[in-house]
Design a protein around this ligand. Structure first.
Ligand SMILES: N[C@@H](Cc1ccccc1)C(=O)O
Length: 395
């Protein structure tokens, strides 16, 4: 394996993780204070890194091109495969709904100010969906090309934004304590979703081959890099705005405008806005392409103009419908995505590892790589997953 492939896989994991969910972090954790929100982020990162390692443990005994569906079928049977498919579809739909709502807000604001017209908020969502829908409809090659370009720009905007934001941090804001305990519960699902990337693990295994040692390193480093960037982003945004200022916003554009208004730099405000647009665009392109391919494969649509149009309609109309009814549904949809993500990234890996370990022990086959923590670790992960789902349903 070359250094290059290792680095590419690392970027693939970190790049999937760092998406539009990052924008939601300061809004969702408003009122918690920097200390408390950092603690929750650390715990949820550890949970996600642990289950990513479980996936490596599962992949080590499968062909390198195994998909999540195939693994679930082999270890859990047809029922496991159905659960995996439904959870994946729900996750992708919920994420698309969030990205259209968030992107719609941003596009609406820009269109209104450029044209000098008072457009309805729904216009932004429709415009954003048509744009991305056309690119995805044209094919993977087109998405790949545009995504690569936007992704590089996103990294530049991210570095610029953090470099300009961090010197403006005021220590006093960072020491604020949680305003209300109840806020912790509602923050958990959105923070959890922002650490999600598990759909990309099979692609990395296919790319690298079953190289357990490198895969372990990639899972740990690839998820730790987003943790570091999220901590810096929270440090910047929570160190510039007070908890009560943050609490007044539940919408993405409201938060970005407020951040811009207290900062004394036009460059910084532009960097934040450009980063937000790019994060929304790259996340939406990646996730909607995944959903498009999933639907095309499952409905056996033909790969011609009619087939692709039908697939595009099934992909984009439901999440657009959500965004039209809830133009400010960015945070809400990310919270619901957490439910499906718990199933995909916690319940399924735990169940598959459980079955695989028992079967190998019974047949006296070599253990291979086993994630430390034993049964206790698996049970703890399961309980954390239940806690995230309960937080979303009760919060
Ligand atoms: N972490 C991604 C969301 C995501 C979850 C699960 C899988 C893929 C992507 C974001 O912040 O936008």
């Amino acid at each position: 394996m070359t250094q290059n492939k290792f680095f590419g896989s690392l970027l693939l994991i970190a790049g999937t993780t760092i998406g539009a969910g990052m924008l939601a972090l300061p809004i969702a954790s408003a009122g918690l204070g920097f200390g408390m929100s950092s603690m929750i982020m650390l715990i949820l990162w550890a949970l996600m890194a642990y289950t990513a390692l479980l996936m490596v443990e599962i992949h080590q005994f499968a062909p390198s091109d195994a998909s999540l569906n195939q693994l679930a079928r082999n270890l859990l049977g047809a029922k496991g495969q159905v659960v995996a498919s439904i959870a994946l579809m729900f996750l992708l739909y919920a994420l698309c709904a969030a990205y259209i709502a968030g992107g719609g807000e941003q596009v609406h604001q820009k269109l209104s100010s450029w044209l000098g017209l008072a457009l309805p908020p729904q216009a932004g969502a429709i415009f954003f969906t048509l744009l991305v829908g056309t690119i995805v409809g044209l094919g993977t090659h087109c998405v790949d090309l545009i995504n690569r370009m936007l992704f590089s720009l996103k990294i530049i905007a991210l570095i610029l934004m953090l470099a300009l934001l961090l010197p403006q941090v005021e220590g006093t804001h960072l020491l604020e304590l949680p305003l209300e305990q109840g806020l912790i519960v509602s923050a958990i699902p959105v923070i959890f979703t922002s650490f999600g990337f598990h759909g990309s693990i099979p692609s990395v295994v296919r790319y690298l081959g079953v190289e357990v040692k490198s895969l372990r390193k990639i899972m740990l480093l690839g998820s730790a890099l987003p943790l570091l960037i999220y901590l810096l982003w929270q440090l910047g945004s929570q160190g510039v705005l007070s908890q009560s200022q943050l609490m007044t916003n539940q919408s993405l554009s409201g938060f970005i405008n407020q951040l811009a208004s207290v900062l004394h730099s036009q460059y910084l405000s532009s960097a934040i806005s450009v980063f937000a647009d790019l994060a929304l665009a790259t996340s939406f392109l990646g996730v909607s392409l995944g959903l498009f391919d999933f639907i095309a494969a499952n409905l056996r649509q033909e790969d011609n103009a009619t087939g692709r149009s039908v697939t595009a309609a099934i992909t984009f109309v439901p999440p657009l419908g959500f965004a039209l009814f809830y133009p400010q549904g960015f945070i809400t949809a990310l919270g619901y995505a957490a439910i499906a993500l718990v199933i995909l990234a916690i319940f399924l890996p735990v169940a598959m590892v459980w079955v695989q370990r028992q079967a190998r022990d019974k047949a006296k086959l070599p253990q291979g790589y086993r994630v430390s923590g034993g049964k206790l670790g698996l049970v703890l992960a399961l309980l954390c997953g239940l806690a995230v789902i309960s937080a979303q349903l009760l919060g």
